[in-house]
Design a protein around this ligand. Structure first.
Ligand SMILES: *Cc1c(COP(=O)(O)O)cnc(C)c1O
Length: 376
């Protein structure tokens, strides 16, 4: 049996090696390492795939979030509502820009921000909501957009874990996550569903004026070289990464299907077990399974994880400390905040290996070992 990994980027590379190697060599030969042709080609193809009017490539997903927030002219002290149960990048950039992160609860079924909790957290200083499509399941965007409209708030989607995910509205129409709010952000970190061979990110919007501003901010606040109209930053997607991503984009739907089929295998093995809750799927959301995350009840999670490690099966806790309990945010007094659903999930979740290259033998071994420990 091939060694089991949380993400197997090497085997995935081997399937497209000839094409990727040639694309990288072509960039080297052109020597247009920065803003070479593949960057705009990839951005165009990604826009078409997502149905976004504008795609602005940048250096990573954290920058994408930062640039998005910089483009909205938020003032120091303005409040941004965000889940506590997410990766640190979502909330860190809020504090970095001297804004105030306001942590709210998630729905224990979908792991995504709870619209009722958003409503309760709104004050006169609230300016934006940052929902996260966690683990590849969409946040309830229709409800979030309605709240945003009612209270005149911006919505920035953190789509780092859900690229390619379809959202179905009540009227049956569909959109890709990341294209529903005012701005969408994603990451091409190697382990993400559309992963580069290094860092990368992108920002999406359907608003032309906003797209111009986002592009300027990512490029030192300039449109015309050396004429800097606003404070920006330097955030670019390398040409080599864009060339690789353009090839992988053609396989994204296939990659998503492979993740979903691995999740189906797990679901069949774990579904109905009294101590295991398998990932829920809301009717409005497709699930692209960036992570396959179980909720365990009455199981010593750390002991399970250690046991799996002895069997060469990796597992992860995403995330062991929620935002409101991070020392980084003590300045906001969030440590005293009580978020029981978030705390409850934090103590019970465990993520199993999921990627495009898991085979039947590996999946059977993982499920067998997990159940052997839990049923012991
Ligand atoms: C990966 C990730 C990011 C940040 O992306 P980087 O490219 O690593 O900067 C932001 N938010 C979420 C939810 C992520 O999973």
């Amino acid at each position: 049996m091939r060694q089991i990994q949380m993400v197997d980027t090497r085997t995935q590379y081997h399937h497209i090696k000839a094409e990727v190697d040639q694309a990288v060599l072509d960039v080297m030969e052109s020597s247009a390492f920065i803003n070479g042709k593949p960057v705009q080609e990839f951005a165009g193809n990604l826009s078409a795939y997502l149905g976004a009017k504008f795609t602005i490539p940048c250096a990573n997903g954290t920058d994408a979030l930062q640039i998005a927030m910089m483009a909205l002219d938020l003032q120091p002290g303005d409040e941004v509502i965000t889940p506590s149960f997410t990766y640190i990048a979502t909330t860190e950039v809020i504090a970095l820009l001297k804004l105030k992160p306001v942590f709210v609860e998630v729905d224990p079924k979908t792991f995504c921000i709870d619209p009722a909790a958003i409503e309760k957290a709104i004050t006169t200083r609230t300016r934006a909501i940052v929902p996260v499509h966690l683990y590849g399941h969409a946040a309830p965007m229709e409800a979030i957009m309605a709240i945003a409209k009612k209270h005149n708030l911006y919505v920035i989607e953190d789509n780092a874990q859900a690229i390619g995910c379809d959202y179905t509205f009540a009227d049956g129409s569909k959109k890709k996550t990341g294209t529903i709010g005012d701005i969408g952000c994603t990451s091409f970190y190697p382990s993400k569903n559309l992963g580069a061979f290094g860092d990368g990110g992108a920002i999406f919007t359907n608003d032309e004026a906003l797209s111009v501003k986002l592009r300027m901010i990512a490029n030192h606040g300039q449109q015309k070289r050396y004429y800097h109209e606003m404070v920006g930053c330097n955030s670019r997607l390398d040409t080599i990464q864009a060339a690789i991503l353009d090839i992988k984009l053609k396989h994204l739907d296939e990659y998503i299907a492979a993740r979903r089929s691995a999740a189906d295998f797990y679901n069949k093995a774990f579904g109905g077990h009294p101590k295991i809750t398998i990932p829920y799927r809301a009717a409005y959301s497709h699930h692209v399974f960036h992570q396959y995350t179980l909720i365990l009840e009455g199981v010593d999670r750390d002991a399970l994880s250690q046991y799996l490690a002895t069997q060469q099966i990796p597992s992860m806790i995403y995330y062991p400390v929620p935002g409101h309990k991070q020392k980084m945010f003590e300045q906001f007094g969030s440590g005293s905040q009580v978020l029981p659903v978030t705390d409850w999930l934090t103590e019970r979740v465990i993520s199993l290996p999921i990627h495009t290259e898991l085979d039947g033998e590996q999946l059977a071994f993982i499920t067998q070992q997990v159940l052997a420990f839990i049923n012991k």
